[in-house]
Write a protein that binds this ligand. Structure first.
Ligand code: DC
Length: 221
């Protein structure tokens, strides 16, 4: 029986999940868990040290302080969001043994804290019993525009869009935990929507659901 409430946010790259998840966690007083950053951290250590990505995943010391990502106590945030690490992390995330190790780490976080957890398979695989599930998406062109602005990516927009579509295809078609919407997830299309506006929609929905969760738990006591 899960002790802590959880909000699961899934969706493709660049749909606005990270910003929304972080702000939502702040508003709710929950811990924000960025699972994509874990796959990226494994990719970075693998690039730096070589060896077996499965072993790296099993021994990963991962922490977050606000929007900074710490690996073995080292702030690696600026190294994680390069095109090279995007590709590498997408590749290693197809290995079921890497996934198994990181899923265990993700579940242990929910055992310790109320969480807003963001990724590709949170509502379907990691926390299928999450109290609230969102599937956040946006058109590929809009997502490419946001990535370009967010990371000051100098490449032409078209090239970024193609890369996003390639990653979408890989993330959705891989055998181990493909990106797909949980049947009970609320779909939020953020194309043309601002962050504040979207956050309001999510927050209203979460608060309603958590009221029901709190009522149920009070009855149990
Ligand atoms: O969300 P992101 O772009 O930082 O994720 C990096 C890669 O990790 C992405 O290619 C998909 C993969 N990923 C995954 O397979 N499962 C998750 N729960 C989160 C990310």
């Amino acid at each position: 029986m899960a002790a802590n409430p959880a909000v699961a946010i899934d969706g493709p790259a660049g749909a606005g999940k990270s910003t929304l998840a972080r702000l939502l966690a702040e508003k709710l007083g929950f811990v924000y868990v960025n699972t994509g950053a874990m796959y990226r951290a494994v990719a970075l250590l693998w690039k730096e040290r070589g060896g077996d990505p499965v072993e790296i995943a099993r021994n990963l010391e991962f922490d977050m302080k606000g929007d900074r990502i710490l690996v073995e106590g080292r702030d690696v945030t600026d190294k994680l969001y390069t095109p090279e690490i995007s590709e590498l992390s997408s590749k290693i995330s197809t290995d079921p043994r890497v996934r198994e190790a990181l899923v265990a780490l993700q579940r242990s976080m929910r055992e310790r804290y109320p969480v807003v957890m963001e990724g590709r398979d949170i509502g379907t695989v990691v926390l299928p019993d999450a109290e609230v599930k969102f599937f956040v998406t946006a058109s590929a062109l809009e997502r490419a525009r946001r990535r370009k602005a967010q990371f000051s990516d100098p490449r032409p927009l078209e090239e970024i869009r193609e890369e996003i579509e390639r990653r979408d295809r890989r993330d959705s078609s891989r055998r181990a935990s493909p990106l797909r919407r949980a049947p009970d997830a609320l779909v939020v299309d953020t194309t043309g929507m601002g962050i504040e506006e979207t956050l309001e929609v999510l927050l209203r929905f979460v608060k309603d659901r958590l009221k029901a969760y709190n009522r149920k738990n009070q009855k149990r006591r």
